[in-house]
Design a binder for this molecule. Structure first.
Ligand SMILES: NC(=O)C1=CN([C@@H]2O[C@H](COP(=O)(O)OP(=O)(O)OC[C@H]3O[C@@H](n4cnc5c(N)ncnc54)[C@H](O)[C@@H]3O)[C@@H](O)[C@H]2O)C=CC1
Ligand SMILES: O=C(O)C(=O)COP(=O)(O)O
Length: 409
């Protein structure tokens, strides 16, 4: 499949799910004018029809870019996930099609950490129940089941960007921090790593989840894990809805095994603000339910807009793929006076020899060449004189194993 170069005014961007306007500013100031925005996620036929027509798509956590959807994306060069999680994109299918996927791994981490800490404090004081009761005309002035956060143990599952920030903030409030992670991590401050998940659950007053959605994290907190928690413990999940068995959690809350819970993510989330939220946790006053807004602050969204849009611009303008989550990473210099050929191919023996033969066999001098591979694909970038770029692009597209190629002026 060949994607020849296009003038910037022909390159189409589609930004879904209310991506922050800071992204549009970045794209416009880089010279791109065809930018369509949609305030919500698209699904099914509508998503397939829209994606078929664009070169770049920006999404957040709700747009499902499955292999089936990506099969319709014949022009798509890259996906920008304007969030941390990339589980909503079939990364292998994208890679097989030569589509690079980018995200914003850090910009909303502080927002999530702040929300989790606030929820921990509110739940330890029984505020959600007391507030709900007051809204109904009740009055529950009582210290029963109301605790300070100071001195309590916070058990963090997943000690990555969010987990570590939370660790530092929690210690500043006088909490003890323990964490469980599949990787050995350097504990910050006085935090300590616990070898087994069940051990962490047994010793924590508050358990909070900060793992990505993977096969290993699916339903990792079920009835057995909740049973291992301290009686009167608190569970917070602002990671992904598939990590917690929500029925088991509802049962534990109804049985008063847990003091409370806060959920920001759910196995099934409404596609837009107009759809109904359905959950067995509805109506439980000791549960804080938030509509997947852990990263939804003005600061985080503005920063994410800039961060991801800049990555898309760099990839579109000069082929730089640094920090892509599914693609060989190449940081490329400018290419003044040269045309730049980008060639994405299956990583099988012999392709590079065939590529080099295109140039040797046609007497085309290579000014510079960059190559990076991963287990599935190779990404080669070749700068040459403008006079030869049409021929070279045509010949490159014929190399067996080619996934896609394009030229940048
Ligand atoms: N509610 C919201 O709005 C937001 C939710 N998130 C979610 O939070 C997740 C975590 O974000 P970050 O901290 O930035 O990710 P990260 O990748 O920096 O950290 C994740 C940590 O989880 C660990 N981990 C992976 N599999 C594990 C397993 N099976 N058991 C234990 N530990 C495991 C990793 O080793 C890593 O240390 C994201 O993947 C995303 O799904 C992120 C931002 C906003
Ligand atoms: O950053 C993430 O992974 C999130 O879950 C935030 O998702 P959102 O951009 O708010 O749909």
């Amino acid at each position: 499949m060949t994607k020849p170069s296009l003038d910037k005014d022909k390159i189409k961007f589609l930004l879904l799910e209310g991506v922050h306007p800071s992204a549009i500013e970045v794209l416009r100031s880089a010279g791109y004018s065809q930018i369509e925005t949609v305030p919500m996620a698209l699904q099914g036929g509508e998503l397939k029809a829209k994606i078929a027509d664009v070169h770049f798509i920006g999404i957040r956590s709700q747009s499902q870019l499955t292999a089936d959807v990506l099969a319709h994306a014949s022009r798509l060069a890259a996906v920008g996930c304007f969030c941390i999680g990339t589980n909503q994109v079939d990364l292998n299918a994208a890679r097989e099609r030569g589509i690079a996927v980018f995200n914003a791994p850090y910009s909303n981490t502080r927002s999530v950490a702040e929300l989790v800490l606030a929820e921990a404090i509110l739940l330890l004081r029984g505020v959600p129940e007391k507030s709900a009761l007051a809204h109904r005309g009740g009055w529950l002035k009582s210290a029963v089941n109301s605790y300070e956060i100071r001195g309590k143990t916070l058990g963090i599952i997943g000690y990555g960007s969010i987990g570590t920030q939370l660790s530092v903030l929690a210690e500043a409030l006088g909490m003890k921090v323990a964490f469980y992670d599949v990787v050995s991590k350097l504990p910050l401050g006085n935090a300590r790593q616990v070898a087994k998940l069940l051990e962490l659950l047994a010793q924590s007053d508050i358990v909070t989840l900060h793992v990505p959605e993977t096969a290993a994290t699916q339903w990792m907190i079920g009835a057995a894990e909740i049973a291992a928690m301290k009686p009167g413990g608190i569970l917070i999940n602002a990671s992904r809805g598939t990590v917690v068995d929500i029925d088991a959690l509802a049962a534990a809350l109804n049985a008063k095994k847990l003091l409370g819970a806060a959920l920001d993510v759910f196995p099934v989330e409404p596609g837009s603000n107009k759809d109904e939220f359905v959950s067995p946790l509805r109506g439980l006053d000791n549960v804080i339910l938030t509509p997947h807004i852990g990263g939804s602050t003005m600061e985080a969204q503005a920063n994410i807009g800039v961060e991801v849009a800049e990555k898309l611009v760099k990839y579109s303008d000069n082929g730089t793929s640094t920090s892509s989550v599914n693609f060989p990473e190449v940081a490329l210099p400018a290419h003044p006076g040269k045309h730049r050929l980008l060639h994405i191919h299956r990583n099988v023996p012999g392709v590079l020899a065939d590529i080099n033969q295109v140039f040797a066999g046609n007497g085309i001098n290579i000014a510079s060449q960059f190559l990076q591979t991963n287990e599935a694909i190779g990404y080669v970038v070749i700068d040459i004189d403008a006079a030869h770029s049409d021929l070279a692009l045509t010949k490159l597209a014929e190399v067996p194993g080619t996934i896609r190629s394009r030229v940048l002026f």
